[in-house]
Design a binder for this molecule. Sequence first.
Ligand SMILES: Nc1ncnc2c1ncn2[C@@H]1O[C@H](COP(=O)(O)OP(=O)(O)OP(=O)(O)O)[C@@H](O)[C@H]1O
Ligand SMILES: [Mg+2]
Length: 496
Amino acid sequence: MLSISDVEKRYDATVALSGASLSVEPSEIHALLGENGAGKTTLMNVLDGITRPDGGVIRWRGSEVRIDSPRTAAALGIGMVHQHDRLVAALTVGENFALAGESSFTIPRDEIRDQLADLTDRYGGAVDPDARVSDLSVGERQWVSLLRALTGDVSLLVLDEPTTTLTPLERDRLFGALREYRASGLSVIFITHKLDEVFALCDRVTVMRRGRAVATLAVADTTRSELASLMVGQAVDTDFDKHAVEAGPALLLVEGLSVRGARQTVTGLDLEVRSSEIVGIAGVDGNGQRELVEAITGIRTPDAGSVSFGDGTAGWHAGRSASVARIPEDRHRHGLALGRPLWENLHLGRWHHRGLGNRGLLNRRGARDRSGDLLRTYDVVCSGPDQLAGELSGGNQQKAVLARELGDAPQLVIAMNPCRGLDIAASRFVLDQLLEVRSRGGGVLFVSYDLDEILAISDRILVMASGEVAGQVVPGPQATEEIGLLMGGAVLGGPR
Ligand SMILES: Nc1ncnc2c1ncn2[C@@H]1O[C@H](COP(=O)(O)OP(=O)(O)OP(=O)(O)O)[C@@H](O)[C@H]1O
Ligand SMILES: [Mg+2]
């Protein structure tokens, strides 16, 4: 169906692709694996006509094609769901669908409503055409992008890390949709960092390393350790070194918090994060996690209740103190200034804490020097502190956010999906960093849709459902089942 051969792409000194090749057969789900910065997104952008390659050939159903824009790709039948969605946040879901369709003078609202209803009937998920995209969670936006990519005559669907913000339930729904899609003779290129997903869903797998494909294998004939060593050249340890420590005084105290969000209202929530403690927050996306985090970090004003921090200060400005790190859900909207260089991004909101700002005067040279250290420690693949944040691969952007937030040894970390888009080695590094905060007496509020991550490092786990804490679970053999029940709204017996 598709064969890509010897594609080259270079950005000044950075070689993004060097002789990359990939072929996809009809009716297959083809996994594309590789470390952060291996070239996966770049290769897909070449296929979508967004990035112009320096060399190489693309064949589509046997004949050579030149894809010079997403419109050309769509006309061939290639649908793309990008790593960072390309929806217009200020418009509604329906209006975004209109943008993707035929251009016309008016927006065919009824037509779009019908089209969306058909798509959700077939693939699942409730999508409100009148919801404003900026009010949706990252996971919901991903689902909207998927449905949008599926409109029209698509025979090859490309999904660039579609599962990083999905809960297990949503992921099952997605996998079901993709299997159905494959059964009707269509194909999927599926980019992920999670090996479990490769084994659960895919037929063949191609591993990329430093801009080229190093192997293509049938999933049935390979193993986790073979794939891991093809990707990084070594096996990655997945056991955590977590010492028992006694939790100390409260570093974060949330009392009776009520906050209204666009989609969910949090009501009367109490929460405490103590010193030497990692508190996990589990729950299906959209049950108030985002509103909670935004209220704690000062993005959203609570209607009632209070948020106070360990040093006794209360209110949103305390969230800006140097000892509180905030890792936001959406690195593009709240984490980085994409059009600014890395050295500025690594100091956003931190100039004064680091002694690099004085009454509005900024010590740029000092900041650039400090940036070099941070980029090295956090292993951010880039051409240097002057590179624009928007030019980094998705995983490396995430590492830049982490470098800024965790680089000053914070006392309290509020993290939402901090491992989103990170490869195995980098996720491991981040979870180790959070454990390190705990062992030096800090506290972590760890919100994630990835239960495995939460179970791996949390001391206790609060499950959110419908804007409230449905219950508390301690990691252990029964935890997964208990969390599942609580997510579904069950009330567990026994002492909390
Ligand atoms: N517009 C650009 N300007 C400069 N360098 C770029 C640009 N786009 C990509 N690169 C570089 O090309 C390399 C490959 O990036 P790419 O986004 O394809 O990686 P990836 O495999 O998708 O990684 P991730 O898993 O982190 O998403 C990276 O080193 C990246 O910094
Ligand atoms: Mg990518």
